[in-house]
Design a protein around this ligand. Structure first.
Ligand SMILES: *Cc1c(COP(=O)(O)O)cnc(C)c1O
Length: 437
């Protein structure tokens, strides 16, 4: 009892701990509340006798988050390139740098030569237009759903959107596209059947009330067998605007994803407007793209709702850097050579495995990755993974460097396709730490 009291007395007080230069520096970086909370947790451990009093400062430091932002960086070893729960596309180094530079005051809405107000995000919009020659004009909003809402509101509120029954889709987490469209005050005119819709089905439904025909890319499922869908060119010939929601944000055809629709081809086929997300296959920040003819884009961008959906300067900076800078991590992951992925897995297994220093039951195995995040359904990409005992999944997810893998056949697989090669050492470190816990 006396000894316990003595130990308690030796626990450093909060004000003394905050004078530790390392913790004082952390107050400047993370804020006093965050540091005090870590200090309190460490003191509590010492009070419970699970931490020696002299280790309280070190323990508080170890409990501090890496940034004040709350979101923790994780390694995406799921084998799903665009994982919505992990924030979809990983920004390129150029985009990260652009976000940092744009964080302070910027010329987002000011022409520095003339000193007068300028179009918001004009350079990012110009970069987008330059990548899609068939787009007369472009507009950017907060996400793909916002792009659709804006198109439906500006072009079809109080009127009809003609859509195939096969394209009334739920994107994920209960987000149903038809509900979103109806919320704008537009009416849905469903045509055709789940598996077959012809141009004649659309033609029969057109009338004075038609706002536009909407084609939606079924981006997370496939209908196969006895199917039929009308193409954009055939629909454009009907004489009403055709809006195409391509989802993934491919601007031009991708050789590895021949079935994935892209903005340039859709516009060339006669689409009046294309909508897409910025953080899927485009590999950029979360945003929604609208590309099309001058008149339609002007109508949507000048609608009062556009103001409520406008993007911030950080997004514009990241989008432009994505469009003009060097390749994105998403593009790299898509193009990764399976033989090189296998080599990386073998190197990791050798460093960690039963014969390696860490003595972990780690093996290199073949794996299959997917695009995910609403792109290229049904496409699998040959990959390689580090295979670990299943119990590693939780330890890796909750470690200092969180790693999210996937469970398969009673093993925890760390698929390397979405992991940049430069993160292999971090990954090995995380596995070693998990082995010790
Ligand atoms: C992902 C997706 C959306 C939604 O886009 P967000 O950027 O997530 O809002 C809409 N339509 C399709 C076809 C999609 O794939």
């Amino acid at each position: 009892m006396e000894q316990a009291t003595d130990t308690r007395r030796r626990i450093p007080r909060t004000d003394a701990l905050l004078r530790d230069p390392r913790l004082a520096e952390a107050v400047g970086r993370l804020g006093a509340d965050t540091v005090k909370s870590a200090v309190r947790q460490a003191q509590d451990r010492a009070r419970r006798g699970t931490l020696p009093p002299e280790d309280v400062a070190d323990a508080a430091l170890a409990l501090l988050p890496r940034t004040a932002g709350g979101l923790r960086p994780v390694i995406n070893a799921t084998g799903v390139l665009l994982h919505t729960n992990l924030g979809r596309a990983s920004l390129s180094a150029a985009a990260r740098d652009a976000v940092r530079q744009a964080a302070g005051p910027t010329d987002v809405e000011l022409d520095l030569h003339t000193g007068v107000r300028a179009r918001r995000g004009r350079t990012a919009l110009a970069a987008l237009r330059a990548r899609v020659p068939s787009a007369g004009a472009v507009h950017v909003v907060n996400n793909g759903a916002a792009a659709l809402v804006l198109a439906a509101t500006a072009l079809a509120a109080g009127r009809e959107i003609v859509i195939s029954r096969g394209e009334m889709v739920e994107i994920g987490d209960g987000f149903r596209l038809p509900d979103l469209l109806v919320s704008t005050g537009a009416r849905l005119r469903e045509v055709g059947t789940t598996n077959r819709t012809t141009v004649a089905d659309y033609a029969d439904a057109l009338g004075p009330d038609t706002g536009f025909v909407l084609k939606v890319h079924p981006s997370n499922f496939r209908i196969t067998g006895f199917t039929r869908a009308a193409g954009t060119a055939e629909l454009a010939a009907l004489g009403v605007p055709v809006v195409v929601d391509i989802g993934s944000g491919l601007l031009a055809p991708h050789p590895l994803l021949p079935e994935e629709p892209d903005a340039e081809s859709q516009l060339r086929s006669g689409a009046a407007l294309v909508t897409a997300s910025g953080d899927k296959l485009l590999g950029g920040p979360q945003c929604g793209l609208l590309l099309g003819g001058d008149d339609l884009v002007r109508t949507v961008s000048r609608h009062p709702l556009a103001r409520a959906l406008r993007v911030d300067k950080l997004t514009l900076a990241a989008l432009q850097a994505t469009l003009t800078g060097p390749g994105t991590p998403t593009a790299d992951a898509l193009a990764a050579d399976p033989a090189l992925l296998r080599q990386r897995a073998e190197r990791l297994a050798a460093a960690l495995g039963a014969d390696g220093a860490a003595g972990v039951d780690a093996r290199a195995v073949a794996s299959e990755a997917t695009v995910g995040g609403g792109g290229a359904p049904g496409v699998t990409l040959p990959s390689a993974a580090l295979s670990l005992p299943e119990a590693y999944a939780t330890a890796l997810r909750t470690g200092r460097i969180p790693v999210v893998g996937r469970l398969e056949g009673g093993r925890c697989l760390l698929d390397l396709r979405a992991v940049p090669a430069e993160d292999d050492e971090l990954l090995a470190e995380a596995v070693r730490a998990a082995a010790e816990r």
